[in-house]
Design a protein around this ligand. Structure first.
Ligand code: 4NP
Length: 168
């Protein structure tokens, strides 16, 4: 039997606490990758700029909103981004401009990660941030899902175009 091809691209989503936006992005993008049949080629993870919620499950409001749309965030565990992530992940994508500034300052000079805003991959939303829903209304979580679904589609299209061909 032919061996499974190795992961070709690794994507890390980053927000402030890693309990609302980036776990939602991780869960939705992983589902999009799976639907495209690329689970063994694209690795997906998420992290927070700060360690407030290290070891915690995603916010129950984020989980409920995602489940309503058919995405399961259970099983994810919050963690803080670390310098070595910039040596492993090809894409390190921030949910908002503050997160982006933090990541740009943190990126080691020898890292080749593409550090950018996730919504740069959403049609018509380039340069925009995913609003933080943590202190707001529950409809903020539905908006996060809409934005993340759109950006995920664009990101998957770009990665898919550039995936190295596997030759048996
Ligand atoms: P996230 O949302 O960055 O999307 O996970 C937040 C989660 C927690 C806090 C702020 C934002 N907090 O202040 O604890």
């Amino acid at each position: 039997m032919a061996p499974e091809p190795l992961v070709s691209v690794a994507v890390l989503f980053v927000c402030l606490g890693n309990i609302c936006r980036s776990p939602t992005a991780e869960g939705i993008f992983r589902a999009q990758v799976q639907a495209a049949g690329l689970s063994n080629r694209i690795l997906v993870d998420s992290a927070g700029c700060y360690a407030y919620h290290e070891g915690e499950s995603p916010d129950i409001r984020a989980c409920a909103a995602a489940l309503e749309r058919g995405f399961d965030l259970s099983g994810q565990v919050g963690r803080q981004i670390k310098a070595s992530d910039f040596g492993y992940f090809d894409y390190v994508l921030a949910m908002d401009r503050e997160n982006l500034t933090y990541l740009q300052k943190m990126q080691p000079s020898d890292s080749h990660s593409r550090v950018g805003l996730f919504l740069d991959y959403a049609d018509g939303r380039e340069g925009q941030s995913v609003p933080d829903p943590y202190f707001g209304h529950s409809d903020g979580f539905a908006l996060v899902i809409d934005l993340v679904e759109s950006a995920g589609k664009g990101l998957l299209k770009q990665i898919g175009r550039n995936l190295p061909k596997i030759t048996a």
